[in-house]
Design a binder for this molecule. Structure first.
Ligand SMILES: O=C(O)C(=O)CO
Length: 274
């Protein structure tokens, strides 16, 4: 498989996960990458300063850029997929935004991924959507000084997560912009969208101007490119042909559990920042 020369980075919540979290940035650097991203790396929305400092040091000591970071998303391995549209969790969201914004300022993080949250029984979809826009504007304003963009991602899977298509996610981007925050963009995750049966080519055509970040994994299985049957190469080529010059995150689970072996498809010469 020959992928176009783009700026690739590993998502270190899934890649290098055979190592302790704080050892992963250095492992990514040793594997040839200049940048990484993480899902929220702490159990709490507002961890102790010492925990944050240790994470920041792991990034800077490794000599990589932290390009992307998810905001706190609740129990992502369990029932949650974000907290920002869940009324009982707005306090956690606001506490978390302050910490995430400070990390963004310290490390010059470009994109902060704001998972939308699942539907809950004690609020209507309309109430959750109104709260989501309010909380997204709050986050966008908080990270503006760092020059960062808030990212909106569609997800696949069984949770009652309402953003399933590119149009769903871009609809939220447009509402946040209409509410006054310009630094918000669409996270074009090819794995989740393909898993939901969305038309990737149509999404690139219709929503290219809103794409602020790209994530890839193969389908089915969320393994490395080549482990499934999704045509990632032609979609990356289409993005490049249209002028996408942002980052492409490798957000997959190495199919044999070994990150080094899972990177054979990406020559070392294509791993550094272009
Ligand atoms: O939960 C997931 O699958 C994600 O992609 C989070 O960003």
């Amino acid at each position: 498989m020959a992928v176009p020369p783009m700026r690739y980075l590993p998502n270190c919540s899934l890649l290098f996960a055979e190592l302790p979290l704080l050892d992963r940035p250095a492992a990514a650097k040793a594997a040839g990458f200049d940048a990484v991203e993480f899902w929220w790396p702490f159990a709490e929305p507002a961890p102790a300063d010492a925990e944050v400092d240790a994470f920041v040091s792991a990034i800077t000591d490794a000599g990589v850029a932290l390009v992307g970071l998810n905001f706190f998303a609740g129990d992502l391995a369990g029932p949650d997929a974000g907290v920002l549209s869940v009324p009982s969790r707005s306090g956690e969201w606001r506490d978390n935004v302050a910490v995430a914004a400070s990390i963004a300022e310290r490390l010059d993080v470009r994109g902060l991924n704001a998972l939308y949250g699942v539907r809950v029984d004690d609020a209507t979809p309309a109430e959750q959507d109104d709260l989501a826009i309010e909380n997204l504007v709050f986050a966008a304003e908080a990270v503006e000084a760092a020059g960062a963009t808030v990212l909106i991602e569609p997800l696949s899977g069984p949770k009652p997560y309402p953003l399933r298509t590119a149009a769903d996610a871009v609809g939220v981007v447009e509402k946040v912009r209409a509410a006054g925050a310009a630094n918000v963009g669409f996270l074009f995750d090819l794995f989740h969208l393909a898993g939901n049966g969305d038309d990737l080519d149509a999404a690139i055509t219709a929503h290219f101007g809103d794409i602020a970040h790209v994530q890839i994994a193969d389908v089915p299985g969320r393994g490395e490119p080549g482990s499934g049957d999704l045509d990632l190469v032609s979609r990356l080529q289409a993005l490049q042909d249209k002028g996408y010059d942002g980052w492409v995150s490798l957000e997959y689970t190495p199919s044999a559990g070994d990150t080094a072996a899972s990177l054979d498809w990406l020559p070392r010469s294509q791993r550094g920042a272009a």
